[in-house]
Design a protein around this ligand. Structure first.
Ligand code: NAP
Length: 248
């Protein structure tokens, strides 16, 4: 129950979906959790829901991870509020799908700016405090789409594949300090992001999944807990797919 009781965890994109599930899972294990999301309402509601179950565990911070200066300021505030940070989960992500012919420069920049640059921006904000911790963990939420690509998602696939290169480089750089950095590559998980897909698209997706089911937020959260645990100290630079067998 208290596996992370002395730890402070930062989870970006924790206003809902996978990020909220990950934040709640750490709170359930005794951690203090900074719940970050783009808008005040979603991170406030998410932190309140977590605090209802685990009083005092979560604190909301509204910040856009694609804004370098804003996340640096937010990082200082978090360290001053919660103390040094031990675990960073870069989860904030968006989609702006469209076939290449119709994809605008703005769609490209928005997705790369949040999904890839956002992870860099956030790691920069917490790099010093993470390096001071003897067993820090960085977990980047990539996607199977970053491994296999997808028509209509060139921007999203590039951002998620970029996160994999980022993960491996950071893992190599920080290994001498016993900091691990890994990526989780979920397949299709039931959240707002996948709820917007039409019924036909969802049916086609299920056909591509050997286990014939979408994943659940809690399943991604359990994997994040494991990667962050002391049992996983020897795992770094890996991309762990959790996808019902899609990419086997
Ligand atoms: P979601 O339900 O759409 O939630 C996304 C969260 O990210 C929201 O809390 C949102 O904030 C936040 N966010 C978006 N842009 C942000 C920004 N610029 N700055 C700060 N926060 C931002 O998404 P999800 O399905 O949980 O996905 C979470 C992560 O898993 C994403 O990186 C996604 O690419 C990845 N993933 C998801 C799936 C899936 O099937 N769901 C599969 C593979 C990978 P607001 O609430 O304030 O809008």
């Amino acid at each position: 129950m208290d596996r992370f009781k002395d730890k402070t965890v930062v989870v970006t994109g924790a206003g809902r979906g996978i990020g909220q599930g990950v934040a709640e899972a750490f709170a359930a294990e005794g951690a203090k959790v900074a719940v970050l999301s783009r808008n005040e309402q979603s991170c406030g509601q998410s932190a309140a829901a977590i605090n209802e179950k685990y009083p005092g565990a979560a604190k909301p911070y509204a910040v856009d991870v694609s804004d370098y200066d804003a996340i640096q300021e937010c990082g200082k505030e978090i360290v001053s509020d919660l103390g040094s940070v031990n675990i960073l989960v870069n989860n904030a992500g968006i989609t702006r799908d469209g076939l290449l012919l119709r994809m605008s420069e703005e769609d490209w920049d928005a997705v790369l700016g949040t999904n890839l640059k956002g992870a860099f921006n956030t790691l920069k904000a917490f790099q010093r405090t993470l390096m001071k911790s003897s067993d820090a963990r960085i977990i980047n939420i990539s996607s199977v789409i970053g491994l296999i690509g997808n028509a209509g998602q060139a921007n999203y696939a590039a951002s998620k594949a970029g996160l994999i290169g980022f993960t491996k480089s950071v893992a190599r750089e920080l290994a001498p300090r016993q900091v691990t950095c890994n990526a989780i590559a979920p397949g299709f998980v039931r959240t707002d992001m996948t709820d917007v897909l039409g019924e036909k698209v969802q049916e086609d997706i299920l056909k591509m999944i050997p286990l014939r089911e979408m994943g659940e937020v809690e399943e991604i959260a359990h994997l994040a807990l494991y990667i962050a645990s002391s049992e996983a100290r020897y795992i770094t630079g890996q991309v762990i797919a959790i996808d019902g067998g899609m990419t086997m």
